[in-house]
Design a protein around this ligand. Structure first.
Ligand SMILES: NC(=O)c1ccc[n+]([C@@H]2O[C@H](COP(=O)([O-])OP(=O)(O)OC[C@H]3O[C@@H](n4cnc5c(N)ncnc54)[C@H](OP(=O)(O)O)[C@@H]3O)[C@@H](O)[C@H]2O)c1
Length: 330
C-alpha cells in the first residue's frame, strides 16, 4: 500500500510536563511496521486515553503520540491470510494507544495477534459504544457469573454513570440482577433508571452509611471501578459468599480492608484486567455481546464526536464528569 495521509489527534510535550493536543495530518509511513494496516471507522474514549493525553508516563512513555486504546475498522493491508483485506476487526488493549499510535487517528498498524474479527451481529458503532469500558464490564460480569451467578442476585455497581459502570448496570440488569447504582451525580436519576438501575444511591451517603470493618450484608455481587473508600465500603457490605470484581481506581488505587469479609462471610475479591487478556478470551467476550448479551438502547448511552470534538472530552472524563460513553467517528 502506498503511503496515505490521514488525520489524527497528536499529543506533544511542548515543555517538560506540559502537553498540547491538536488534530494533525499524519502519514501511514509514520506508523510502526506490523501485520495489519487498518482504516479506523470508530474509536471511543476511555479513562486511560485521558491519562495518555495528559502526559501520564505510566501509560505513554514517548511523545508525540496518538492515544486511543480502542479501534474498529477494516483491514486495508495484511500479511496474514486469516485477516485478508476488508475484514472488519476490533482492536482493544495490548499496547494500542499506549506506546503504539492508537484509535484517535484514521489509520493504525498493529500485530495480527491483537486482532479480533468483529462479530456479524455487532455493528462498528455498537462495538465502540461498548469499547474497552464495555469489554471490561463484560469481563466483570463473566467472573461474577462463574463465581456466584447473576440472575436474581442483588448487585451494586460504582461509578455507575461512567463507561464501565453504565455498561455493567445495563448488562447485569439485562441478565436479571437487581442492580443498585452508586453515583456522584445528582442529575443522573433518569439516565440510571433507563439503563436498568432498580435503586440509586449517592456514593458519599453510601460510604458514610457503612459500618466497618464489616456491616450489614446487602449485596451478592459487585462491580467496582473506584477503589479507595468505595471499595472498602462495598467489601464491608457484602452478603455471605458474595463476590466483588475490582477493575479501577478513579477514587484511589489504595483501600482499607480487614480480613473479616473474607474469613467470616467467605467473600471473594476478583481482579479484572482487560488489556492483556489472551485474544481468544477477547473473542469470546465480543461474541457474547453479539448474542446473549446483545442489548437494546446502546445509542442512548453515548454521544458521538469527530476528532476536533474529542479534544474537550478528555478533560471531562478526567474530572469524572462523563455520563455514558463518548464515541469517535472517523
Ligand atoms: N482493569 C481494566 O482492564 C480496566 C479497563 C477499563 C477501565 N478501567 C478503569 O476503570 C475505571 C473507570 O473507567 P471508565 O472508563 O469507566 O471511566 P469513566 O467513564 O470516567 O467513569 C468513572 C466514573 O466513576 C465515578 N467517579 C469519578 N470520580 C470518582 C471518585 N473519586 N470516587 C468514586 N467514583 C468516582 C464517576 O461516576 P459517578 O459520577 O456515576 O459516580 C465517573 O463517571 C478507571 O480507573 C479505569 O482506569 C480498568
Amino acid at each position: 500500500m502506498k503511503n496515505v495521509s490521514f488525520k489524527a489527534i497528536v499529543i506533544e510535550e511542548i515543555a517538560t510536563g506540559n502537553f498540547s493536543r491538536s488534530v494533525q495530518e499524519r502519514s501511514t509511513g509514520d506508523l510502526p511496521e506490523a501485520d495489519l494496516t487498518i482504516r479506523v471507522e470508530y474509536s471511543s474514549l476511555n479513562y486511560k486515553d485521558a491519562l495518555s493525553a495528559t502526559g501520564n508516563k505510566g501509560v505513554t512513555r514517548e511523545y508525540p503520540h496518538t492515544p486511543g486504546i480502542d479501534a474498529t475498522g477494516v483491514v486495508k493491508e495484511s500479511s496474514s491470510p486469516d485477516f485478508p483485506e476488508n475484514t472488519p476487526v476490533i482492536i482493544s488493549g495490548y499496547d494500542l494507544g499506549m506506546n503504539t499510535a492508537g484509535g484517535f487517528g484514521e489509520y493504525i498498524r498493529v500485530p495480527v495477534v491483537w486482532a479480533v474479527k468483529r462479530p456479524e451481529n455487532l455493528t462498528a458503532k455498537e462495538s465502540m459504544i461498548l469499547g474497552t469500558a464495555g469489554f471490561t464490564a463484560g469481563l466483570c460480569v463473566k467472573a461474577l457469573e462463574e463465581k456466584s451467578g447473576v440472575k436474581g442476585m442483588k448487585a451494586v455497581v460504582s461509578g455507575a454513570t461512567g463507561g464501565v459502570g453504565c455498561i455493567a448496570v445495563k448488562l447485569l440488569s439485562h441478565l436479571g440482577a437487581e442492580v443498585t447504582a452508586l453515583t456522584g451525580k445528582r442529575d443522573a436519576i433518569s439516565f440510571l433508571r433507563n439503563i436498568g438501575a432498580a435503586e440509586i444511591l449517592s456514593r458519599t451517603e453510601f460510604i458514610e452509611s457503612i459500618r466497618g470493618p464489616i456491616g450489614k450484608g446487602m449485596w451478592d455481587i459487585a462491580v467496582d471501578v473506584a477503589g479507595g473508600n468505595i471499595l472498602s465500603a462495598i467489601l464491608a457490605s457484602m452478603k455471605y459468599d458474595g463476590t466483588v470484581t475490582c477493575c479501577g481506581l478513579v477514587d484511589s488505587p489504595s483501600f482499607k480492608a480487614s480480613v473479616f469479609p473474607f474469613i467470616l462471610r467467605g467473600n471473594s475479591l476478583i481482579g479484572i484486567d482487560s488489556a492483556e487478556k489472551p485474544v481468544h478470551e477477547k473473542e469470546d467476550i465480543w461474541e457474547r455481546f453479539s448474542k446473549d448479551w446483545q442489548m437494546d438502547g446502546l445509542d442512548d448511552i453515548c454521544h458521538t464526536v469527530n476528532l476536533d470534538g474529542m479534544l474537550p472530552e478528555i478533560d471531562k472524563i478526567l474530572a469524572g464528569g462523563q455520563t455514558g460513553r463518548v464515541v469517535l467517528e472517523l
